[in-house]
Design a protein around this ligand. Structure first.
Ligand SMILES: *[C@@H]1O[C@H](CO)[C@@H](O)[C@H](O)[C@H]1NC(C)=O
Ligand SMILES: *[C@@H]1O[C@H](CO)[C@@H](O)[C@H](O)[C@H]1NC(C)=O
Ligand SMILES: *[C@@H]1O[C@H](CO)[C@@H](O)[C@H](O)[C@H]1NC(C)=O
Length: 484
């Protein structure tokens, strides 16, 4: 061999080594047994452990984090080798509590079930929880102070505390969480996995499929928020679409129509008329026993309706609640809303990091504002349907996630999609969009229900059929659940 070709060969080899090194993981995910935060019913065997991975995969030799997961074993001796892996919504919610109800779920009949705690959430080490933002909001309510500036101060305090603990806030995002799930799959030597996500984690599970398609058998997505949706540009429209669905149903129902009249128009007239108005209520703070005079306005009343939309058992009361508000009887609702504020921690650092890097970083202010032209009663007054918004993210300062994550992608993997027709957050249209990109998906529309209908009892039979035969046609014999 001539010297020059040896040199070329050496150069090729070194290129190969470089590209191989880039492909290869520079860290080894570890598994370490740990106590169980929750156990499944005693009829089932439960195992608990941590997945240990780098906090930031761009710094693979850096600090590691511990993410607990719970494996519940199916009792079926002929069980399938493809477990179901579940993770919860939020972002920022814990995912482990679901194991307490697994014995009642049909998915445990034929498969093991894994609940996985996302990085930064309650049982993860570290967890990015904290009540700084919630406390700031409470103080603002207690003293009738401007909420926005108080909240931004709370955001700063939370950020300072977490960064002082050397937490890398830029590492808590959907890309890293998706890589965590893939690392867990590999560490547990699972060849084929069914991913089950709700709300935010619907988008997370789609990202796992997008970034690591190997080994994914199927997806079950309940009220998913796809990564390609910039929710801040849509939430005002989504909320009003959910309300309009209720108004339309009332209009369609002769008894409801007679009782409440043209509710849509009444609602709009009343809420438009509240512009600039302030009310005051004597509120007993249970913890301290102090009675506070708390001011509220249109914003809090919209908040009441938003909270009610999430409560399946109360959706039917919305025509009544709006009518009561219009009649001036809103104190009782305002108090309930303030109760909720006083019992809420506010967004965690994990929620802040995910929302800011993943959603807000891509949301266009121009689009956000356009919504208020259509729904002027939602503007001003400083009400945000979401508890994370622009000025908070400006202060949180995390970089945007990789733009590829925000892109739609095609896949032939079978997917079961659930949505509620009165969901104020993740509208059924998101499932229609996902279906466009994932033609082997099937949709279930739950009437008179909102966020997360599939994970409840009514969805169980559909999940069972889907897991047993993901390509089989899903049919519904219930008049209030439409399969399409
Ligand atoms: C109201 O009735 C119309 C006409 O029957 C129907 O097309 C529409 O879907 C109904 N709306 C709702 C929200 O049920
Ligand atoms: C609170 O509301 C009362 C009217 O109910 C009003 O007089 C007062 O100025 C309000 N205070 C603040 C700080 O907005
Ligand atoms: C949904 O709720 C409305 C209003 O409460 C009611 O009239 C209607 O019958 C319900 N529809 C179904 C399919 O249950």
């Amino acid at each position: 061999m001539k010297k020059s070709s040896i040199q070329i060969f050496a150069i090729i080899i070194s290129f190969l080594q470089i590209s191989f090194a880039q492909e290869k993981k520079t860290y080894l995910p570890k598994i370490e047994p740990c106590p169980c935060a929750f156990k499944a019913d005693s009829s089932l065997n439960t195992r608990c452990a941590y997945l240990i991975v780098p906090e930031n995969r761009k710094k693979p030799a850096g600090k590691t984090i511990k993410l607990p997961f719970i494996v519940v074993e199916s009792n079926n001796p002929q069980k399938k080798k493809d477990p179901v892996l579940f993770t919860g919504g939020g972002p920022g919610g814990s995912s482990l509590g679901i194991v307490r109800s697994v014995h009642r779920r049909s998915l445990i009949k034929n498969r093991d079930f894994i609940a996985f705690e996302q990085r930064g959430t309650q049982y993860a080490l570290p967890n990015l929880g904290g009540n700084e933002i919630g406390e700031a909001l409470k103080t603002a309510f207690r003293n009738n102070l401007p909420k926005d500036s108080m909240i931004v101060a709370g955001v700063k305090r939370l950020r300072e505390r977490l960064t002082a603990q050397s937490i890398d806030l830029s590492a808590y995002n959907t890309v890293e969480s998706a890589a965590d799930i893939e690392d867990l799959r590999l560490a547990l030597k699972i060849d084929s996995l069914n991913l089950y996500g709700i709300s935010y984690s619907g988008g997370l599970m789609m990202t796992v499929l997008h970034n690591f398609p190997t080994g994914i058998r199927s997806l079950i997505l309940d009220s998913p928020l796809p990564e390609f949706i910039n929710i801040d540009e849509e939430e005002v429209g989504n909320f009003n679409e959910a309300l309009n669905t209720i108004f339309q149903k009332c209009q369609n129902d002769s008894l409801c129509r007679i009782k409440y009249g043209n509710l849509k128009e009444k609602f709009r007239n009343y809420f438009n008329g509240l512009e600039g108005k302030t009310f005051s209520v004597a509120y007993l703070e249970k913890e301290t026993g102090n009675t506070l005079n708390i001011n509220y306005s249109r914003s809090e009343l919209i908040g009441v309706l938003e909270n009610t939309l999430y409560d399946f058992s109360k959706i039917k009361d919305i025509p009544d609640i709006i009518t009561e508000m219009i009649n001036g009887n809103h104190e009782v609702y305002a108090k309930k809303f303030i109760d909720d504020i006083f019992h809420n921690q506010g967004p965690s650092g994990m929620r802040m990091s995910v929302y800011c890097s993943d959603k807000m970083a891509y949301a266009k202010d121009n689009m956000i504002k356009q919504q208020y032209k259509i729904y002027p009663y939602m503007a001003g007054a400083g009400y945000y349907l979401n508890d994370v918004y622009r000025s908070m993210c400006d202060c949180w300062k995390v970089p945007p996630i990789a733009p590829e994550t925000k892109m739609a992608f095609y896949s032939t993997v079978p997917v079961l999609l659930g949505a509620g027709d009165t969901d104020p957050a993740c509208r059924p249209i998101y499932n229609d969009l996902i279906h466009h990109y994932m033609p082997n998906s099937q949709r279930l529309l739950f009437l008179n229900r909102s966020h997360g209908p599939l994970i409840r009892q009514d969805g169980d039979g559909f999940i069972e059929k889907f897991l047993n035969n993901p390509y089989g046609k899903i049919v519904s014999d219930k008049s209030d659940i439409i399969a399409y």
